[in-house]
Design a protein around this ligand. Structure first.
Ligand code: FCB
Length: 422
């Protein structure tokens, strides 16, 4: 896989971008509709991808990507438990899928990405076990409707992040705090729903090729800044145990592993603790302080590309399933920084693959600058910039988009990419 100065990826490798409905579509009716982010923004219009998806698929072609990971918004398709699917909304997603096909772009469909229909939220969301059959009913209608067009199914996006921010840290609606019991319930219910949804997907099959199904697990490394500090070590271990181990075991442990045919990995970096404090921009540590500590961060978390090799090797050894990097990206206004970040993580990914880990694709988060949940529009993850001040929401390629485009088209990166970020 390695020619001189080039790290080549295998033929057929998927190079994609990723989005989620609440963050890009606009016009959604879910728990985010009346939510105001820290920057005063809301998701009412977002990127208006709901109307502009044909144009956005054009951008994907310009980028030279061959895959797109996106969500289908449950609240658009069902207005009550066990109701028939809304045919107009379904037709819109079918049109999106048909246009992707014409563009030669393979879809990966996400069934749950941090949002629920209002009637699910009204009954307690995923803390209520009755949400499981409601979701399974939705899936049992959706999958047959789309199976001719979709073979990659991603049931849940980052159940750990979702359960943590809704019931432990209070960043996401319903903004509850420190409800560990509810956190565990949400994970447990989602894991049950994953197993049942996976059975439906396997049973329904696909007209073209075998369906693939998996969750997207967010993996964050939690470390103590001072490795000898017992308190910070304990905090890091508690986070690792709760968000990584407990969640992975719930979805993929024991016999449940059989429900998945792949693992989606969302990997951004690490969080280090100092005096119980998470030292990241996302948790409010001033950038200047992080610099003084020598941390390299984007506008969210510390960069830790070496972790890519560690987590991929671990997942490969433990589960022996193919892996997709369902998300990686960096939020920053500094495009040089983002380019180095991308190259470094891809070099690490390539290294893991050269070491035998079966990785099938990489999806950059995100296609567009978008509504980054509780942070609003302040975090710039896009390959394309969106001018939110202009009501036409014009998109423009950022320098990183040119870089990513070259990588996707060449199916390789330059070998010198393994320089460390500073
Ligand atoms: C992931 C989410 C995605 C986006 C990126 C930055 O945790 O899945 O929606 O917020 O982080």
């Amino acid at each position: 896989m390695t020619r001189e100065n080039t790290l080549q990826f295998p033929a057929g490798f998927l190079w994609g971008t990723a989005t989620s409905p609440t963050q890009v579509e606009g016009h959604v009716e879910n728990e985010w509709t009346h939510f105001t982010a820290q920057d005063g923004g809301n998701c009412h219009i977002a990127c208006d991808h709901y109307h502009r998806y044909p144009e956005d698929i054009g951008w994907m072609s310009k980028l030279g990507t061959n895959a797109y990971r996106f969500g289908i918004e449950w609240s658009r398709l069902q207005s009550a438990p066990f109701a028939a699917l809304n045919q107009n909304e379904l037709a819109r997603y079918v049109d999106l899928l048909d246009r992707l096909k014409l563009a030669g772009i393979t879809p990966m469909v996400v069934l749950h990405h941090f949002s629920n229909p209002p009637w699910i939220n009204a009954m307690g969301g995923w803390t209520n076990a009755a949400t499981i059959p409601a979701f399974v009913d939705y899936v049992s209608q959706l999958v047959p409707a789309l199976k001719d067009r979709v073979y990659l199914w991603n049931t849940f996006n980052e159940p750990d992040t979702y359960a943590c921010l809704t019931y432990l840290l209070g960043g996401f609606p319903p903004q509850r705090k420190w409800k560990l019991g509810l956190f565990r319930k949400v994970i447990d219910h989602m894991a049950h729903a994953h197993v049942q949804a996976s059975r439906i997907i396997a049973r329904e099959g696909n007209a073209g090729r075998e369906p693939e199904v998996g969750i997207a697990k967010n993996w964050t490394f939690f470390h103590a800044y001072k490795t000898y500090s017992p308190w910070d070590r304990t905090t890091a271990f508690a986070c690792h145990y709760t968000f990584n181990k407990f969640v992975l075991d719930a979805f993929l442990g024991g016999g449940r592993r059989r429900a998945s045919t792949f693992i989606g990995l969302n990997y951004y970096g690490r969080v280090r603790f100092h005096h119980f404090r998470a030292m990241t921009p996302a948790s409010g540590t001033p950038v200047k302080r992080l610099k003084d500590f020598g941390f390299v961060c984007d506008d969210m978390v510390e960069r830790y590309s070496a972790g890519m090799v560690k987590i991929l090797s671990y997942l490969h050894r433990r589960f022996r399933l193919p892996i997709f990097i369902t998300e990686h990206g960096a939020a920053s206004e500094n495009e040089t920084f983002r380019e180095r970040d991308l190259r470094e993580y891809l070099a690490a990914l390539h290294g893991a693959m050269a070491g035998g880990v079966d990785v099938r694709g990489f999806f950059y988060w995100s296609l567009l600058d978008n509504f980054e949940w509780q942070f609003g529009y302040a975090k710039k993850f896009g390959l394309l910039a969106v001018d939110f001040a202009d009501e036409k929401l014009p998109r423009t390629m950022k320098p990183l988009a040119e870089v990513y485009s070259q990588i996707c088209r060449a199916n390789s990166i330059r070998a010198e990419a393994s320089v460390r970020l500073e």
